[in-house]
Design a protein around this ligand. Structure first.
Ligand code: EPZ
Length: 420
């Protein structure tokens, strides 16, 4: 098992190339099961989660070429409708995204129900509700979701989500593209990654409009065609490096990033005393003055993203004054709090709210990563903690950040990766 050893106290200066979005690539890899023509995806990030999904695609008989230079071609012409094994599903919740495509393409699907994970129960009831609205019969058979389409295949219908769900919206969109007739999805998640899935499906020949808004309309088609699609940049990776610049009082250009995907984060950073502005190559983040404690609440897009809550908390831990951080998307996304406290952060938890009282400086200590975004908040805190911070279990990091330590070292951080 590897760990990162971080020598705190170095300002970051330089340029970071932002990769393709993990959470856009994952559903698009699953979408290849909908088609018997090849799909080529470009700007695919090189991440453990992506490799897991590619392995799962090969399990279904999809021929995978690449990735080579962030390009991968998948051909599902010979795909077989097998069961997604539990040991693959339990490692990554996003594997549930194969449910909709398998059901739409083959008329039935059996996928292990993903267990909960570090950040909450994360049920799949909204995915099931969407498929039932398209005529599917779905049952839970000893931990396996068993879904069957009607005789003639899925039928277009109306899906109204009680709350926006990224994955359930993506399941609904993918299942609807081959359903007979028209599907209307209301209270859909509006995330850029959902919008990008819509663009990818349209490139494959789907009749889809409104992806990325609260109302998505899909007119079913017989089959999909060969397509090529470029994955959007990763706004969570970009937001993470923006916090890295802010927390070290540095100055970073994030090439490939799109500020319009980070408006709530940009507003919060500016309120905290950070400068952030668009450039023709991406965006620039700089902090010269004092940091100010501000309040944030995580919400479905376009609100402040839950995936940047832990990173922002690390920033607030050394700000002047207090900051209230409310987590409304997941019920247990404060696993980073006790670890940040080990570095000297002063955080008090009250239910779904964390009160952070800024301290003059953090002090290095060995800490433990628990989930993907919590682990990167510990790296960010380690960049400014006095002394040498050791972040254990960095495999969590490698799930969602391509070459994080290398990118930070290139901007002046003192980090080494070593075997624990
Ligand atoms: C996606 O997860 C992302 N993952 C998550 O990123 C992200 O945190 C989350 O959206 C919220 O933005 C991928 O895209 C692969 P949801 P997802 O369905 O789709 C509840 C990361 O770090 N819910 O929008 O699983 C759920 O429990 C990951 O990259 C149901 O109740 O999230 C949560 O409280 C972490 N029933 C809320 O909805 C359901 O059927 C939002 O979840 C589905 C979800």
């Amino acid at each position: 098992m590897e760990r990162l050893v971080i020598q705190g106290g170095h300002r970051l200066e330089g340029t970071v190339q932002i990769c393709g979005a993990k959470n856009a690539a994952l559903p698009q890899l699953a979408a290849t099961l909908l088609s018997d023509e090849p799909l080529t995806l470009t700007n695919v990030p090189d991440l453990a989660d992506i490799r897991s999904m590619l392995t799962l695609m090969e399990h279904y008989g999809v021929v995978v070429k690449g990735p080579a230079h962030a390009t991968v071609t998948l051909d599902a012409a010979g795909a077989r409708n097998l069961e997604a094994p539990y040991d693959v599903v339990r490692r990554m919740r996003a594997t549930v995204l194969v449910l909709g495509p398998l059901l739409a393409r083959f008329g039935s699907a059996r996928v292990s129900q993903p267990g909960g994970c570090a950040i909450g129960a994360r049920p799949v009831d909204l995915h099931v509700k969407a498929l039932q609205a398209l005529g599917a019969t779905v049952s839970l058979d000893g931990g396996t979701i068993d879904a069957r389409a009607p005789e003639g295949g899925l039928v277009g219908g109306r899906i109204v989500f009680p709350t926006p769900s990224v994955g359930a919206t993506e399941t609904a969109m993918m299942a609807a593209v081959l359903a007979r007739g028209e599907t209307e999805i209301l209270n859909a998640a509006r995330d850029p990654e959902v919008c990008d899935l819509g663009a990818c499906l349209a490139a494959m020949g789907a009749q889809i409009e409104g992806a990325g808004t609260h109302r998505v309309l899909v007119r079913g088609v017989e089959r999909l065609r060969r397509a090529r699609h470029e994955i959007i940049p990763d706004r969570i990776e970009a937001g993470t490096y923006a916090v890295a610049a802010a927390i070290t009082g540095g100055h970073l250009e994030l090439t490939g990033a799109r500020l319009e995907h980070l408006s709530a984060v940009g507003a919060a950073l500016e309120a905290a005393g950070v400068q952030i502005w668009p450039t023709d190559r991406g965006l620039m983040v700089s902090r010269t003055g004092r940091l100010k404690g501000i309040d944030i609440t995580t919400e479905p897009y376009p609100g402040f993203p839950t995936d940047l809550q832990a990173q922002f908390m690390a920033l607030m831990s050394i700000a002047d004054g207090a900051s209230m951080i409310r987590e409304t998307v997941f019920e247990n996304r404060f696993m980073h709090v006790p670890e940040l406290a080990r570095l000297g952060a002063n955080v008090t938890l009250q239910g779904t709210t964390a009160v952070v009282r800024g301290v003059e400086r953090l002090k290095a200590a060995p800490v433990m990563a628990t989930d993907l975004r919590a682990s990167v908040s510990l790296v960010l805190a380690g960049l400014v903690a006095e002394g040498e911070t050791v972040v254990n279990r960095v495999y969590h990091l490698d799930r969602g950040y391509e070459a994080l330590d290398r990118k930070l070292v290139r901007c002046g951080a003192r980090i080494r990766r070593e075997d624990a």
